[in-house]
Design a protein around this ligand. Structure first.
Ligand SMILES: Cc1ncc(COP(=O)(O)O)c(C=O)c1O
Length: 391
């Protein structure tokens, strides 16, 4: 089986892990945690960074850090990994689902503007949702699949309506929008180092912010909200979310190779795009205008009008022929825990889900396996389409 997206371990991971074991720095303090934070901050161009156990934990803390309160609302895209939305619920706040743009597959700034203009009202310079009566506190745009949202438009709208912005850049290391790394435009941004990401720490996340007070607060929250001093004294409920030195050691080693890994991701996407651009009315993976995309995941769309059954048949055909593939994320508004929440004019996230497929894109994908994935995909799609013509 050609895997979908697996880690590439071939740098200084062993050496740095051995240094942790030899020195006894194996837990939530140690030189690699500080180094990983420093080097990631420099890499994305953020004044402050706070390492966390996972990207999800990073999003949870980022939302606390911007002051999100229970019963407030956060606008989230309907096309994302569920972790973006779960983080909102961890704060006992409520998601409002926003559609994505049909061309970029990212949160639609025009619909966002329409929602804020027509469905919300200002009260004492705060933004309230007319339907729910709740305060809308923040927008959580997600830079989906290693591409970027039109984050400058979203940040401008948020400013206009007095909202905070937490960017979920979990899968978007290496993505630059108008020359600036994503995750650094909003009040906070988060990158993930889960095993399927372009670089991994085995698991981990990083929060970015330009505000020193917020950075201090996030660090405090991730370390059990322990006050300074020898005695354990806590003014509020904190979390045990600090990344371990072992994980950070892997992250530092991976970061040393990030440009090489990104080059490989981009070359895989380029080859798929060339192979499928004129095949079976496929829509190849887009890059948002003004974006240097990183193609963490390689995704494409089957021809317009493809039914979900046909898309499932293509996925099955790929698996049966040794190629791991995935559908797009299920539209979050229709998942059981989220059915009761407001979904604003959702249309494209559902259409994309029906037609979308992700193909193998590991950094270590050999050119033989890449060509095999392309040939298999073409064979399977042709077979599935011809079946439907006959039947
Ligand atoms: C868009 C998005 N947000 C959040 C996460 C959560 O990151 P983690 O797995 O590090 O908790 C992921 C991870 O896949 C993701 O893709």
């Amino acid at each position: 089986m050609i895997p979908l997206c697996i880690p590439e371990i071939r740098g200084n991971e062993w050496k740095y892990l051995k240094a942790c074991l030899d020195t006894g720095w194996v837990s939530s303090a140690g030189p690699f945690v500080d180094r990983f934070e420093r080097e990631m901050a420099a890499y994305v161009g953020s004044p402050h960074s706070i390492a966390t156990v996972t990207g999800t934990a990073g999003l949870h803390v980022a939302l606390k850090m911007i002051g999100l309160q229970p019963d407030e609302e956060v606008i989230v895209p309907d096309l994302t990994f569920v972790a973006s939305v779960n983080a909102v619920r961890y704060c006992q706040a409520h998601p409002v689902f926003m559609d994505v743009d049909s061309q970029t597959w990212q949160m639609d700034p025009e619909k966002l503007e329409r929602f804020l203009t027509t469905e919300c009202e200002p009260r004492e310079s705060q933004c309230f949702n007319k339907l729910s009566g709740r305060r809308v506190r923040a927008v959580l745009p997600v830079h989906v699949f290693g591409n970027a949202c039109e984050i400058d438009r979203i940040v401008d709208l948020a400013k206009q309506y007095g909202l905070r912005v937490v960017e979920d850049a979990a899968g978007s290391i290496g993505v630059r929008y108008k020359g600036r790394h994503v995750g650094t435009f909003g009040d906070a941004g988060v990158i993930s180092f889960n095993g399927n990401k372009t670089i991994t720490a085995g698991g981990g996340g990083m929060i970015f912010t330009s505000d020193p007070e917020r950075a201090k607060y996030a660090r405090y929250l991730t370390t059990q909200a322990k006050n300074e001093g020898l005695e354990f004294f806590h003014m509020e409920v904190g979390f045990n979310y600090r990344l371990s030195n072992l994980h950070a050691a892997i992250g530092v080693a991976q970061l040393e190779l990030v440009e090489e890994f990104l080059e490989k991701k981009r070359s895989i996407a380029k080859r798929y795009n060339e192979a499928f651009r004129d095949f079976a009315d496929i829509t190849v993976m887009p890059a948002t205008p003004h974006t240097e995309a990183a193609y963490w995941q390689y995704m494409l769309l089957l021809a317009a009008g493809t039914t979900i059954e046909k898309r499932k048949a293509v996925l099955k055909g790929l698996f049966d022929n040794g190629v791991a593939a995935r559908p797009f994320w299920h539209p979050i508004h229709s998942l059981p825990p989220y059915k009761a929440y407001q979904a604003y004019q959702i249309e494209h996230s559902v259409r994309l889900y029906e037609r979308g497929i992700g193909l193998p894109c590991s950094v270590g994908l050999s050119s033989n396996d890449l060509e095999k994935a392309i040939a298999t995909f073409k064979k399977v799609v042709t077979a599935v389409l011809s079946q439907s013509c006959v039947g």
